[in-house]
Design a protein around this ligand. Structure first.
Ligand code: FMN
Length: 171
């Protein structure tokens, strides 16, 4: 598959088969997230790979009851590492760069998941406090996204996109 067809073919998947994600596939996801760009190459992000069922249920509760999260065999929690950027970049590093580092890694991981025949969805609606409590995160690790991953049971139709002219300005 070429990159654009993976980008256009990826859908948010919220229904998963019960089949676990094999370790070799997780290793490919890890490669994809490690090789994302990051501010100053400080790689100020941390990823938690959660397969434990009780913990997945806690994450679903922390995401205001989005039950599909508990039903995914793997939930990757993408976090920003504020400590890793604060020294070099100060406030901008803490407020922005580490969040961008985590998000770009998440996107790369989702595209690799798609290429492997796995589905995923970017979940941003959750209580940071509750996710932090469930995972025992230190204060400087900020959860940015929950990424349920698994083999798709239902692949929805592609939701429409705005026309290019609405999103892009040539100057
Ligand atoms: C910042 C952000 C937050 C999102 N939060 C949620 C969420 O909490 N729950 C959910 O089911 N989907 C969530 N999504 C997924 C979007 O609904 C989805 O990407 C969008 O509808 C487009 O569909 P597609 O990914 O299949 O192209 C989120 C996506 C982004 C980028």
């Amino acid at each position: 598959m070429n990159v654009l067809s993976v980008i256009m073919g990826r859908r948010s998947i919220r229904n998963f088969e019960e089949k676990p994600v094999p370790r070799e596939a997780m290793d490919r996801l890890i490669d994809a997230l490690l090789w994302a760009p990051s501010a100053g190459n400080l790689q100020s992000r941390k990823f938690y790979f959660v397969t434990d069922a009780a913990l997945r249920r806690k994450l679903a509760m922390a995401a205001y009851g989005q039950a599909f999260i508990a039903r995914a065999p793997l939930v990757v929690v993408a976090c920003a590492d504020k400590e890793a950027v604060s020294g070099r970049y100060g406030r901008r590093g803490i407020d922005l760069y580490c969040v961008q580092d985590a998000t770009l890694s998440a996107m790369c991981m989702m595209l690799e998941a798609c290429e492997l025949g796995l589905g995923s969805v970017y979940v941003g609606a959750f209580s940071e406090k509750e996710v932090g409590k469930a995972l025992g995160l230190p204060e400087y690790i900020r959860p940015v996204a929950l990424l349920p991953v698994g083999y798709p049971l239902i692949v929805p139709d592609a939701p429409a996109r705005v026309r290019a002219e609405e999103a892009v300005v040539f100057k």
